[in-house]
Design a binder for this molecule. Sequence first.
Ligand SMILES: C[S@@+](CC[C@H](N)C(=O)[O-])C[C@H]1O[C@@H](n2cnc3c(N)ncnc32)[C@H](O)[C@@H]1O
Length: 298
Amino acid sequence: MVTISRHQSIKPAFNARMTADQFKILSDVIYDYCGIKLSQHKKVLLESRLHKRLQKLNLESFDDYLSFLNSKENTDTELVEMTDVVTTNKTDFFRERHHFDFLSETILPKLTQRSTSLRVWSAACSTGEEPYTIAMALEEYCRDHHDAKYSLLASDISTAALHRAAMAVYSQERISSIPSDYRPKYLLRSKDHTKMTFRIVPELRAKIEFRRINLMDEVLPENEKFQIIFCRNVLIYFDRNTQLNVVRKLTNRLTPGGYLFIGHSESLLQHDLPIIQIKPTIYQQTNPASNGQDGKNI
Ligand SMILES: C[S@@+](CC[C@H](N)C(=O)[O-])C[C@H]1O[C@@H](n2cnc3c(N)ncnc32)[C@H](O)[C@@H]1O
Protein backbone atom coordinates (compact mmCIF):
# COMPACT_ATOMS: atom_id res chain seq x y z
CA MET A 1 0.00 0.00 0.00
CA VAL A 2 1.29 3.51 -0.82
CA THR A 3 0.98 5.99 2.01
CA ILE A 4 0.92 9.70 1.33
CA SER A 5 2.50 11.99 3.86
CA ARG A 6 0.86 15.22 5.00
CA HIS A 7 3.35 17.22 2.93
CA GLN A 8 2.70 15.48 -0.38
CA SER A 9 -0.11 16.68 -2.60
CA ILE A 10 -1.98 14.28 -4.85
CA LYS A 11 -2.33 15.58 -8.38
CA PRO A 12 -5.74 14.80 -9.88
CA ALA A 13 -5.76 12.36 -12.80
CA PHE A 14 -5.53 14.71 -15.70
CA ASN A 15 -8.37 14.93 -18.13
CA ALA A 16 -9.02 18.65 -18.66
CA ARG A 17 -10.41 19.04 -22.16
CA MET A 18 -9.87 22.01 -24.45
CA THR A 19 -12.91 23.27 -26.33
CA ALA A 20 -12.74 24.59 -29.89
CA ASP A 21 -13.21 28.15 -28.57
CA GLN A 22 -10.41 27.75 -26.04
CA PHE A 23 -8.17 26.36 -28.78
CA LYS A 24 -8.93 29.39 -30.95
CA ILE A 25 -8.03 31.83 -28.15
CA LEU A 26 -4.85 30.00 -27.19
CA SER A 27 -3.65 29.43 -30.75
CA ASP A 28 -4.17 33.16 -31.47
CA VAL A 29 -2.13 34.08 -28.38
CA ILE A 30 0.65 31.71 -29.49
CA TYR A 31 0.60 33.08 -33.05
CA ASP A 32 0.79 36.69 -31.86
CA TYR A 33 3.53 35.96 -29.38
CA CYS A 34 5.88 33.64 -31.23
CA GLY A 35 4.55 33.34 -34.78
CA ILE A 36 3.77 29.63 -34.52
CA LYS A 37 0.68 28.85 -36.58
CA LEU A 38 -1.34 25.98 -35.13
CA SER A 39 -3.97 24.59 -37.44
CA GLN A 40 -7.15 23.00 -36.05
CA HIS A 41 -5.71 19.47 -36.24
CA LYS A 42 -3.06 20.47 -33.65
CA LYS A 43 -5.73 20.86 -30.95
CA VAL A 44 -5.01 17.50 -29.28
CA LEU A 45 -1.28 18.20 -29.35
CA LEU A 46 -1.73 21.64 -27.77
CA GLU A 47 -4.10 20.22 -25.17
CA SER A 48 -1.64 17.54 -24.11
CA ARG A 49 1.35 19.92 -24.05
CA LEU A 50 -0.51 22.49 -21.95
CA HIS A 51 -1.63 19.81 -19.47
CA LYS A 52 1.89 20.12 -18.05
CA ARG A 53 1.25 23.79 -17.28
CA LEU A 54 -2.20 23.18 -15.78
CA GLN A 55 -0.78 20.48 -13.53
CA LYS A 56 2.15 22.59 -12.46
CA LEU A 57 -0.17 25.50 -11.63
CA ASN A 58 -2.73 23.22 -9.97
CA LEU A 59 -5.45 24.38 -12.34
CA GLU A 60 -8.31 22.08 -13.25
CA SER A 61 -9.59 23.49 -16.51
CA PHE A 62 -8.52 25.48 -19.54
CA ASP A 63 -10.89 28.26 -18.46
CA ASP A 64 -8.86 28.55 -15.25
CA TYR A 65 -5.70 28.55 -17.34
CA LEU A 66 -6.99 31.34 -19.60
CA SER A 67 -7.90 33.46 -16.55
CA PHE A 68 -4.42 32.85 -15.15
CA LEU A 69 -2.80 33.75 -18.48
CA ASN A 70 -4.91 36.90 -18.76
CA SER A 71 -4.20 38.19 -15.27
CA LYS A 72 -1.97 41.24 -15.43
CA GLU A 73 0.65 39.95 -13.01
CA ASN A 74 1.05 36.58 -14.77
CA THR A 75 0.83 37.26 -18.50
CA ASP A 76 4.49 38.01 -19.20
CA THR A 77 5.94 35.12 -17.22
CA GLU A 78 3.29 32.64 -18.35
CA LEU A 79 3.88 33.44 -22.02
CA VAL A 80 7.50 32.42 -21.49
CA GLU A 81 6.50 29.20 -19.66
CA MET A 82 3.82 28.39 -22.21
CA THR A 83 6.28 28.81 -25.07
CA ASP A 84 8.60 26.32 -23.39
CA VAL A 85 5.97 23.58 -23.61
CA VAL A 86 4.51 24.58 -26.96
CA THR A 87 7.70 24.72 -29.05
CA THR A 88 9.09 21.67 -30.80
CA ASN A 89 12.80 21.45 -30.09
CA LYS A 90 13.78 18.51 -32.29
CA THR A 91 17.40 18.84 -33.38
CA ASP A 92 20.62 16.88 -33.87
CA PHE A 93 24.37 17.30 -34.08
CA PHE A 94 25.41 17.55 -37.74
CA ARG A 95 21.79 17.74 -38.88
CA GLU A 96 21.84 18.25 -42.66
CA ARG A 97 25.51 17.43 -42.83
CA HIS A 98 25.94 18.88 -46.34
CA HIS A 99 25.50 22.39 -44.82
CA PHE A 100 28.63 21.95 -42.72
CA ASP A 101 30.62 20.49 -45.63
CA PHE A 102 29.67 23.48 -47.79
CA LEU A 103 30.48 25.83 -44.92
CA SER A 104 33.99 24.41 -44.47
CA GLU A 105 34.86 23.79 -48.09
CA THR A 106 33.36 26.82 -49.83
CA ILE A 107 32.08 29.55 -47.53
CA LEU A 108 34.84 29.82 -44.92
CA PRO A 109 37.68 30.09 -47.49
CA LYS A 110 35.73 32.90 -49.26
CA LEU A 111 34.82 34.77 -46.09
CA THR A 112 38.27 34.61 -44.53
CA GLN A 113 39.74 36.25 -47.64
CA ARG A 114 37.69 39.33 -46.68
CA SER A 115 37.91 39.17 -42.87
CA THR A 116 39.67 36.91 -40.43
CA SER A 117 37.13 37.56 -37.72
CA LEU A 118 33.95 35.51 -38.18
CA ARG A 119 30.68 36.21 -36.42
CA VAL A 120 27.95 33.54 -36.76
CA TRP A 121 24.38 33.39 -35.43
CA SER A 122 22.35 30.25 -34.80
CA ALA A 123 18.93 31.91 -34.65
CA ALA A 124 16.77 29.03 -33.38
CA CYS A 125 19.39 26.97 -31.61
CA SER A 126 17.11 24.71 -29.55
CA THR A 127 19.12 22.56 -27.11
CA GLY A 128 22.51 23.51 -28.55
CA GLU A 129 23.35 20.76 -31.01
CA GLU A 130 23.31 23.19 -33.97
CA PRO A 131 25.60 25.92 -32.53
CA TYR A 132 28.04 23.32 -31.14
CA THR A 133 28.16 21.67 -34.57
CA ILE A 134 28.88 25.06 -36.18
CA ALA A 135 31.56 25.69 -33.54
CA MET A 136 33.21 22.34 -34.33
CA ALA A 137 33.30 23.17 -38.06
CA LEU A 138 34.73 26.64 -37.35
CA GLU A 139 37.24 25.30 -34.84
CA GLU A 140 38.52 22.76 -37.39
CA TYR A 141 38.86 25.49 -40.00
CA CYS A 142 40.59 27.93 -37.65
CA ARG A 143 43.08 25.26 -36.57
CA ASP A 144 44.38 25.11 -40.15
CA HIS A 145 44.08 28.86 -40.74
CA HIS A 146 45.73 30.34 -37.70
CA ASP A 147 44.84 33.94 -38.37
CA ALA A 148 41.06 33.22 -38.43
CA LYS A 149 38.94 33.75 -35.30
CA TYR A 150 35.26 33.20 -34.66
CA SER A 151 32.49 33.81 -32.17
CA LEU A 152 28.89 32.64 -32.11
CA LEU A 153 25.57 33.96 -30.91
CA ALA A 154 23.01 31.19 -30.27
CA SER A 155 19.44 32.16 -29.52
CA ASP A 156 16.03 30.61 -29.10
CA ILE A 157 12.67 31.61 -27.69
CA SER A 158 12.53 28.60 -25.34
CA THR A 159 14.24 29.21 -22.00
CA ALA A 160 14.14 25.48 -21.20
CA ALA A 161 15.94 24.65 -24.46
CA LEU A 162 18.48 27.43 -23.86
CA HIS A 163 19.16 26.15 -20.36
CA ARG A 164 19.97 22.69 -21.73
CA ALA A 165 22.07 24.26 -24.50
CA ALA A 166 24.17 26.19 -21.98
CA MET A 167 24.61 23.06 -19.83
CA ALA A 168 25.99 21.30 -22.95
CA VAL A 169 25.49 17.80 -21.52
CA TYR A 170 24.32 15.11 -23.94
CA SER A 171 23.56 11.40 -23.81
CA GLN A 172 25.55 8.79 -25.71
CA GLU A 173 22.71 8.44 -28.19
CA ARG A 174 22.64 12.19 -28.88
CA ILE A 175 26.39 12.36 -29.59
CA SER A 176 26.34 9.41 -31.99
CA SER A 177 25.96 11.73 -35.02
CA ILE A 178 29.19 13.57 -34.18
CA PRO A 179 32.03 12.20 -36.39
CA SER A 180 34.07 9.74 -34.33
CA ASP A 181 37.35 11.65 -34.82
CA TYR A 182 35.72 14.82 -33.39
CA ARG A 183 34.45 13.17 -30.19
CA PRO A 184 37.78 12.97 -28.30
CA LYS A 185 38.52 16.59 -29.29
CA TYR A 186 35.21 18.19 -28.42
CA LEU A 187 33.58 16.03 -25.73
CA LEU A 188 34.40 15.21 -22.13
CA ARG A 189 32.94 12.08 -20.63
CA SER A 190 31.16 12.45 -17.29
CA LYS A 191 33.42 11.67 -14.32
CA ASP A 192 30.61 9.50 -13.00
CA HIS A 193 31.12 6.57 -15.38
CA THR A 194 27.73 5.05 -14.57
CA LYS A 195 26.10 8.01 -16.31
CA MET A 196 27.33 7.79 -19.92
CA THR A 197 26.83 11.49 -20.50
CA PHE A 198 29.18 13.81 -22.33
CA ARG A 199 29.85 17.52 -22.06
CA ILE A 200 31.11 19.87 -24.75
CA VAL A 201 34.68 20.98 -23.93
CA PRO A 202 35.03 24.39 -22.21
CA GLU A 203 37.05 25.89 -25.11
CA LEU A 204 34.07 25.42 -27.45
CA ARG A 205 31.48 26.50 -24.88
CA ALA A 206 33.41 29.72 -24.34
CA LYS A 207 32.95 30.66 -28.00
CA ILE A 208 29.14 30.71 -27.75
CA GLU A 209 26.93 33.31 -26.14
CA PHE A 210 23.38 32.06 -25.50
CA ARG A 211 20.58 34.62 -25.53
CA ARG A 212 16.79 34.46 -25.48
CA ILE A 213 15.58 36.09 -28.67
CA ASN A 214 12.05 35.94 -30.06
CA LEU A 215 12.24 36.13 -33.84
CA MET A 216 8.95 38.07 -33.74
CA ASP A 217 10.59 40.97 -31.94
CA GLU A 218 10.92 44.08 -33.99
CA VAL A 219 14.60 44.56 -33.42
CA LEU A 220 16.87 41.55 -33.60
CA PRO A 221 20.36 41.83 -32.06
CA GLU A 222 20.62 45.56 -32.34
CA ASN A 223 23.51 46.88 -34.43
CA GLU A 224 25.08 43.44 -34.64
CA LYS A 225 26.01 42.01 -38.02
CA PHE A 226 26.86 38.43 -38.92
CA GLN A 227 28.64 36.90 -41.89
CA ILE A 228 26.61 33.71 -41.46
CA ILE A 229 23.16 33.05 -40.02
CA PHE A 230 21.59 29.63 -39.49
CA CYS A 231 17.82 29.78 -39.15
CA ARG A 232 16.87 26.17 -39.76
CA ASN A 233 13.68 24.23 -39.19
CA VAL A 234 11.78 27.06 -37.54
CA LEU A 235 10.30 28.89 -40.54
CA ILE A 236 8.10 25.81 -41.17
CA TYR A 237 6.10 26.73 -38.06
CA PHE A 238 5.32 30.21 -39.44
CA ASP A 239 2.87 31.32 -42.11
CA ARG A 240 4.11 32.99 -45.29
CA ASN A 241 3.85 36.57 -44.02
CA THR A 242 5.65 35.78 -40.80
CA GLN A 243 8.37 33.92 -42.73
CA LEU A 244 8.85 36.94 -44.94
CA ASN A 245 9.07 39.35 -41.99
CA VAL A 246 11.52 37.14 -40.11
CA VAL A 247 13.80 36.53 -43.08
CA ARG A 248 13.76 40.22 -43.98
CA LYS A 249 14.95 41.05 -40.46
CA LEU A 250 17.61 38.33 -40.65
CA THR A 251 18.96 39.59 -43.98
CA ASN A 252 19.27 43.05 -42.40
CA ARG A 253 21.60 41.48 -39.87
CA LEU A 254 23.85 39.95 -42.55
CA THR A 255 27.03 41.69 -43.67
CA PRO A 256 27.10 42.33 -47.46
CA GLY A 257 27.49 38.98 -49.19
CA GLY A 258 26.71 37.13 -45.94
CA TYR A 259 25.11 33.68 -45.94
CA LEU A 260 21.79 32.36 -44.66
CA PHE A 261 21.07 28.67 -44.07
CA ILE A 262 17.49 27.44 -43.74
CA GLY A 263 16.02 23.97 -43.10
CA HIS A 264 15.63 21.15 -45.62
CA SER A 265 11.86 21.54 -46.03
CA GLU A 266 11.92 25.33 -46.19
CA SER A 267 12.23 27.56 -49.25
CA LEU A 268 12.44 31.30 -49.81
CA LEU A 269 12.17 31.17 -53.58
CA GLN A 270 8.70 32.67 -53.79
CA HIS A 271 9.65 35.56 -51.51
CA ASP A 272 10.88 38.90 -52.72
CA LEU A 273 14.01 39.27 -50.61
CA PRO A 274 17.53 40.74 -51.00
CA ILE A 275 19.13 37.29 -51.22
CA ILE A 276 19.94 34.78 -53.94
CA GLN A 277 19.90 31.03 -53.67
CA ILE A 278 23.35 29.55 -54.18
CA LYS A 279 22.34 25.99 -53.31
CA PRO A 280 19.05 24.51 -52.13
CA THR A 281 18.48 25.93 -48.58
CA ILE A 282 21.62 28.13 -48.74
CA TYR A 283 21.26 31.81 -49.62
CA GLN A 284 23.57 34.75 -49.95
CA GLN A 285 22.76 38.38 -49.32
CA THR A 286 22.93 40.14 -52.64
CA ASN A 287 25.70 42.61 -52.99
CA PRO A 288 23.79 45.91 -53.33
CA ALA A 289 26.18 46.95 -56.15
CA SER A 290 25.29 43.90 -58.27
CA ASN A 291 21.58 44.29 -57.50
CA GLY A 292 21.48 40.50 -57.17
CA GLN A 293 20.71 40.19 -60.88
CA ASP A 294 23.84 38.42 -61.97
CA GLY A 295 23.48 35.68 -59.33
CA LYS A 296 27.26 35.51 -59.11
CA ASN A 297 27.84 36.59 -55.55
CA ILE A 298 29.64 33.48 -54.44
C1 LIG B 1 12.77 22.21 -34.59
S1 LIG B 1 13.80 23.28 -33.65
C2 LIG B 1 15.14 23.54 -34.79
C3 LIG B 1 16.48 23.56 -34.09
C4 LIG B 1 17.70 23.72 -35.01
N1 LIG B 1 17.69 24.99 -35.68
C5 LIG B 1 17.76 22.60 -36.01
O1 LIG B 1 17.52 22.82 -37.20
O2 LIG B 1 18.07 21.47 -35.62
C6 LIG B 1 12.89 24.81 -33.77
C7 LIG B 1 13.30 25.82 -32.69
O3 LIG B 1 12.72 27.09 -33.02
C8 LIG B 1 12.41 27.73 -31.80
N2 LIG B 1 11.42 28.80 -32.05
C9 LIG B 1 10.10 28.68 -32.36
N3 LIG B 1 9.53 29.89 -32.49
C10 LIG B 1 10.52 30.81 -32.27
C11 LIG B 1 10.56 32.23 -32.25
N4 LIG B 1 9.48 32.98 -32.49
N5 LIG B 1 11.74 32.83 -31.97
C12 LIG B 1 12.86 32.11 -31.72
N6 LIG B 1 12.88 30.75 -31.71
C13 LIG B 1 11.72 30.11 -32.00
C14 LIG B 1 11.88 26.62 -30.92
O4 LIG B 1 11.94 26.94 -29.54
C15 LIG B 1 12.80 25.46 -31.31
O5 LIG B 1 13.87 25.32 -30.41
